[in-house]
Design a protein around this ligand. Structure first.
Ligand code: NAD
Ligand code: TDX
Length: 325
């Protein structure tokens, strides 16, 4: 079995690759892994250091048709993580989001179709559903993305599903809630806040801090992806949630406590443009059909995550300096 993992040097993709090569997904034991990653600001080969001997690492762009067409044949499955992933960056400039997230996905789909790849798993986000005041999103909710990032992800989801309807490709789309865990690039709220707090700095809390996110440990997300890859029905969408909703103020309180700081470390700042108020995801479908259940409690996951950032300054400090965070 040969798996092509795009974006495998990023936060979630590298977790998936490390787990797979560490024997964490028994059905894929012994699988060969190719990682295709452009190493943008958020891609980092250090994230794969523990498995570097076992990975065929290709530095390249998913939009590079020649490269992708040449690389694809011989692979049995594609797990597609590569994306521009940060909402704030998409507000500053949407170009790379449309290019990588939409066109890059089309290039991969065409190459996978021509090469007769058996399975194409597209990693997407709950943000494609927009914002929800009450209740939780099921897979039937209309797509109402509000940021350039989520609009580009919605575009890629629709393309992937269209290749199933049009060409009969064996695609599966997963949509997850907010991930956290080791190796998350320190621009996202949890690692940004934790590393600032460790360093005695302040943290910028957007708006009134009442926005709600549904938190999912990266290992539970990757376990859900693997279930959907192995057993999900082709042409279907599966939500992968963590089931733990917190306002950003509640999240901040947890992080202040974990780092021994207090509210004087919090700097209220202007709200994000078009800031989605609440995300809430139902994962009933993947739980009922495929037996998914999140295994990491938020308390245990956040304690391990904060401990990891405390112990791994050498990983995040240069990244923050380079990105001026
Ligand atoms: P990340 O930014 O940490 O990693 C993205 C990776 O993709 C990087 O290694 C980067 O170098 C690579 N990449 C970017 N553009 C590329 C290109 N043109 N060609 C090849 N490689 C390219 O992101 P992440 O948090 O690991 O997210 C992975 C996937 O999960 C994305 O598709 C994202 O939309 C989705 N997602 C993330 C979250 C979250 O909370 N982090 C939640 C829902 C969905
Ligand atoms: O400095 C900050 N201050 C702040 O209050 C940052 C960076 C964020 N926030 C708020 C905005 C959000 O309400 O925290 C919340 C989480 O923000 P992000 O970490 O930027 O995540 P979000 O915008 O919710 O998107 C994330 O989840 C869905 C990922 O970045 C996406 O890739 C994924 O699709």
């Amino acid at each position: 079995m040969r798996i092509l993992v795009t974006g495998g040097a990023g936060f979630i993709g590298s977790h998936y690759v490390r787990t797979l090569l560490g024997g964490g997904y028994p059905a894929y034991a012994g699988a060969a892994v190719t990682v295709l990653d452009k190493l943008t600001y958020s891609g980092n080969r250090d994230n794969l250091a523990s498995v570097s001997d076992a990975v065929n690492f290709v530095e390249g762009d998913i939009c590079d048709t020649d490269l992708v067409e040449q690389l694809m044949p011989g692979h049995d499955a594609v797990v597609h993580f590569a994306a521009e992933s940060h909402v704030d960056r998409s507000i500053l400039g949407a170009g790379p989001f449309v290019t990588t997230n939409v066109i890059g996905t089309q290039v991969l789909l065409d190459a996978a179709r021509r090469a007769g790849v058996g399975r194409f798993l597209h990693v997407s986000t709950d943000e494609v559903y927009g914002s929800i005041d009450e209740g939780s999103w099921t897979e039937e909710w209309p797509l109402q993305p509000n940021s350039p990032y989520s609009a580009s992800k919605a575009g890629s989801d629709l393309l992937v599903l269209a290749y199933h309807r049009t060409h009969g490709m064996e695609v599966v789309v997963t949509r997850c809630s907010n991930n956290y865990g080791h190796y998350q690039f320190p621009e996202k709220v949890i690692p940004l806040f934790v590393t600032n707090l460790i360093d005695g700095k302040q943290v910028p809390l957007y708006g009134d801090g009442g926005n709600i996110r549904d938190w999912l440990h990266v290992s539970d997300h990757c376990a859900g992806i693997q279930l959907a890859l192995e057993k999900g029905r082709a042409g279907e969408v599966y939500n992968i949630g963590g089931g733990r909703e917190l306002t950003n103020r509640e999240l901040t309180e947890v992080l202040l406590e974990a780092t021994g700081r207090d509210w004087s470390a919090v700097r209220p700042v202007e709200d994000r443009k078009g800031h989605d108020r609440r995300y809430s995801l139902s994962h009933e479908k993947i739980s009922n059909e495929l037996g998914y259940a999140p295994a990491v409690t938020f308390e245990a996951g956040i304690a391990a995550t904060v401990a990891w950032y405390k112990e791994n300054r050498s990983w995040w400090e240069p990244l923050k300096t380079r990105a001026a965070l």
